[in-house]
Design a protein around this ligand. Structure first.
Ligand code: SF4
Length: 506
């Protein structure tokens, strides 16, 4: 039975054995993970978490010509306010010179709706969204309350199918269901594969009686690949990956962020799906293969020198462009080394700690090692089989590095920071604020105006790291003058003491 036969995608805890609780050495995670021992770990104390609705809203509100109806309490859509500027920028960069930004409304469920049911409110909201915006698609994003009271969002979508012009896409994203926020990616792709992507082949190719057009189209499709852009991939990242694919003569159909629903409908026509992050892309690409026979590659995230080469070679191996790829990699690496030459001495031996999503943080840690930095600690938000290749690499280049698998949990981060005292901290801004108060220079692992991927990304991260390391006096002053909210004796304790069944002192 296919996962797509069910209305909802499985949790990552069940599908992949993913976990968010581990503390120890970088070489110590593989064995307990493979034995399934990390699945049942718990924190006896947890300082916070991240609901899967957050990444879901980030992706869905970026879609053009699409309204997101957040079906839940009004606060569940709150993250959309913070994402507004990024959404507009992403849409503008993808060619829309008059971006409409995030289109979303909330059903604003109240205590009364909890007892009477929220389906009627959902119906009204969908009809209103259709009337106001006449969108191509309306996403019904289900939060905790409808999941608990049992609203039938699939049934509402079926009932309204012929009353509204938009395609209706129910996405089951109840926060209580999972601790792994990356489950949101699966929930979105699950619905889009079931309700939007039908494999029909009609919109772009009206001239089927013209043999020339037919032949040209066949060649174009051979060169067309689905390029998956994760929500933490910037416009400059996308430009760099398109540039590299272009060197192999390939065109990209980009999904899922900042595109219109047509891009999803085109996906079955591509000759290959190219992932940039297995954590993000595997569910979509493997189901697209299952349903429409589109093969995929999802080897490494193209962050770092070695990884970008591996990524390009994997694409070339599936698109008949092997004869081109070695020349491309050689030329790109030579040019990059020239550019890195003045930066390398300034980075050599500098100590670094990182924190971010699973594959991204581990790949960036390996890139830091390639640049000559000493990796002291890494904090991926979760861990599963997709982290294994990067952990294995890291174990070779930084065998003494600490590994802390944690979504949020700044109390563990600050404890580790005090112990390892890095010169540089690379993480998302929500983590960086804690690090900055401990004194090291801080480099955001994601910023919408910068490139992190491909060969250009290696240079840009190195350049900015040198710049930040040159003067971290602001953060050092912060460390002297700002109090962390933890008691002094916490720093003398094992940072992983609250992880049940595991943990060693850093
Ligand atoms: S955990 Fe539930 S109630 Fe809280 S934001 Fe997420 S979906 Fe909404």
């Amino acid at each position: 039975m296919s996962h797509l036969d069910a209305p909802t995608a499985p949790r990552r805890e069940d599908r992949l054995g993913a976990c968010i609780e581990f503390g120890g050495g970088v070489g110590e995670i593989r064995e307990p993970f493979c034995q399934g021992c990390l699945k049942n770990r718990r924190r006896l104390f947890s300082q916070g978490t991240i609901c899967q609705l957050l990444p879901a809203i980030a992706i869905l509100t970026s879609l053009k010509d699409t309204v997101v109806v957040v079906h839940g309490a009004v606060g569940c859509g709150g993250a959309a306010h913070a994402l507004g500027a990024n959404v507009r920028l992403g849409q503008w960069r993808s060619g829309d010179k008059n971006p409409r930004g995030a289109l979303w409304i909330s059903t604003n469920l109240s205590e009364r709706d909890v007892t009477t049911g929220g389906e009627e409110r959902l119906r009204e909201a969908i009809v209103e969204a259709d009337r106001r915006h006449r969108p191509e698609a309306i996403v019904i994003l289900s939060a905790c309350v409808p999941g608990i009271i049992g609203d039938d969002i699939e049934g509402v979508a079926r009932d309204l199918k012929n009353r509204v012009g938009a395609a209706l896409l129910p996405v089951h994203c109840e926060g209580f269901k999972t601790k792994i926020m990356a489950t949101a990616y699966d929930a979105i792709f699950h619905s889009f594969l079931r309700n939007l992507i039908d494999g029909r082949d009609e919109s772009e190719f009206p001239v089927w009686d013209d043999e020339g057009a037919r032949a040209r189209e066949a060649i174009r499709r051979k060169r067309l690949v689905n390029l998956m852009n994760v929500s933490s991939m910037t416009g400059p990242d996308l430009a760099e990956l398109r540039r590299l694919l272009g060197k192999l003569g390939l065109e990209a159909n980009v999904i899922p962020c900042d595109v219109d629903p047509e891009a999803f409908r085109r996906a079955p026509l591509a000759s290959l799906s190219v992932g940039v992050c297995p954590t993000h892309d595997d569910y979509f690409m493997s189901r697209l293969l299952e349903k429409f026979g589109v093969p995929y590659v999802c080897s490494r995230m193209p962050i770092g020198i070695e990884n970008t080469g591996v990524w390009l070679r994997a694409v070339a191996g599936k698109t008949g462009t092997d004869h081109l790829v070695e020349g491309v990699v050689k030329a790109e690496e030579a040019e990059l080394e020239l550019a890195l030459a003045p930066l390398r001495p300034k980075l050599l031996g500098k100590k670094v700690m990182l924190s971010a999503g699973e594959v991204r943080t581990l790949a960036t840690a390996n890139m830091c090692a390639e640049l000559g930095l000493e990796v002291l600690a890494v904090r991926p938000y979760h861990y599963d089989q997709f982290g294994e290749p990067e952990v294995e690499r890291l174990g070779k280049v930084a065998p003494g590095a600490r590994l802390n698998v944690a979504t949020a949990q700044p109390f563990e981060a600050v404890n580790i920071l005090r112990r390892v005292e890095p010169d540089l901290y690379i993480g998302h801004n929500s983590d960086n604020v804690w690090a900055a108060k401990c004194g090291p220079a801080v480099l955001p692992i994601y910023g919408s105006n910068f490139v992190y991927s491909g060969y250009a990304g290696v240079f840009e991260v190195a350049r900015r790291a040198v710049m930040h390391l040159a003067n971290s006096s602001f953060n050092q002053n912060l460390a002297k003058n700002v109090r962390q909210p933890y008691r002094r004796d916490w720093y003398a304790q094992d940072p992983f003491k609250y992880i049940k069944d595991g943990g060693r002192a850093a």
